[in-house]
Ligand binder design. Structure first.
Ligand code: ADP
Ligand code: MG
Length: 254
């Protein structure tokens, strides 16, 4: 280890660093000054009412939305720098949506291979191998040749997670990954996410699954009206929230 490594360790490196993030759509200010730091391997769950800006926050981290103001650094790269290579920056960030967005005309395996070849330029043999490894991680090796329409929603979402993982992301963002699923399918998707967290993946998860947040999150962030109202360990934010708005929200979702 070099002295630089030691210095970096002492500084508590952040994998995601967000400073004073603002986002407006026209006259509507949706994010009103978000500060958030995520350390390597940390799992942060973001909760809050509908319309509070949770999806917009994730979309800014992934540059699907351009921030109006503020700074976002991911894995040491300032992605809000106008000179940044957006495609290179995005490659470090895996995103899983409520709707799985699989390519319907490709098999499961094809869904994992195509982006690796197109975006990362991997040869077919490598892409096939990485696809198999990641299908194993989500326990779907037996579905490699199936088409998305032949799978349950929970299986499709696990394919979407495997597809994101096949790109070797530094961080994974999840936007309500289980909200579109029938209740009996939610558990398998959460189990995959739990094992990813145990493997040390840095994750930001927007979710209404409070049991997942309690069990897996290192930190829970409660957002309302474009601001972080409170954050802390799940036991504190979910178990004994300090703010009236957090309490109100929790009584509605728990
Ligand atoms: P959440 O995910 O917490 O439900 P969102 O980030 O989706 O909240 O939305 C926050 C607010 O921003 C909502 O009022 C929504 O209508 C608005 N909004 C989101 N995306 C757009 C957009 N592309 N254009 C205009 N308004 C938007
Ligand atoms: Mg949302």
């Amino acid at each position: 280890m070099t002295s630089d490594d030691n210095d970096a360790t002492r500084r508590q490196p952040t994998e995601i660093e967000i400073r004073d993030l603002h986002k407006s759509f026209g006259a509507t200010e949706v994010l009103r000054g978000i500060d958030l730091q995520v350390t390597p391997g940390e799992v942060v769950c973001v909760i809050g009412p509908s319309g509070s800006g949770k999806s917009t926050l994730l979309r800014c981290i992934n540059l699907l939305e351009e921030p109006s103001r503020g700074r976002i650094v991911v894995a040491g790269t300032d992605i809000t720098d106008p000179d940044v290579d957006i495609d290179a920056a995005r490659r470090r960030i895996g995103m899983v949506f409520q709707q799985f967005n699989l390519f319907p005309h490709l098999t499961v395996s094809g869904n994992l291979v195509l982006p690796q070849r197109r975006v990362l330029g991997r040869d077919k043999r490598t892409a096939d191998r990485v696809a198999r490894e990641n299908l194993r991680r989500v326990a779907l090796t037996d579905k490699a040749d199936a088409y998305p329409a032949q799978l349950s929603g929970g299986q499709q979402q696990r394919v979407a997670i495997a597809r994101a993982l096949a790109m070797d992301p530094r961080v994974m963002l999840f936007d309500e990954p289980t909200s579109a699923l029938d209740p009996e399918l939610v558990g398998d998707v959460l189990a995959v996410m739990r094992s990813l967290a145990a493997d040390g993946m840095t994750m930001v998860v927007v979710t209404h699954e409070m049991s997942f947040a309690r069990e897996v999150a290192d930190r829970v962030v409660f957002m309302d009206e474009g601001r972080v109202v409170e954050q802390g360990p799940a036991a504190q934010v979910v178990g004994s929230p300090r703010h009236e708005r957090t309490r109100d929200f929790l009584t509605r979702v728990l």
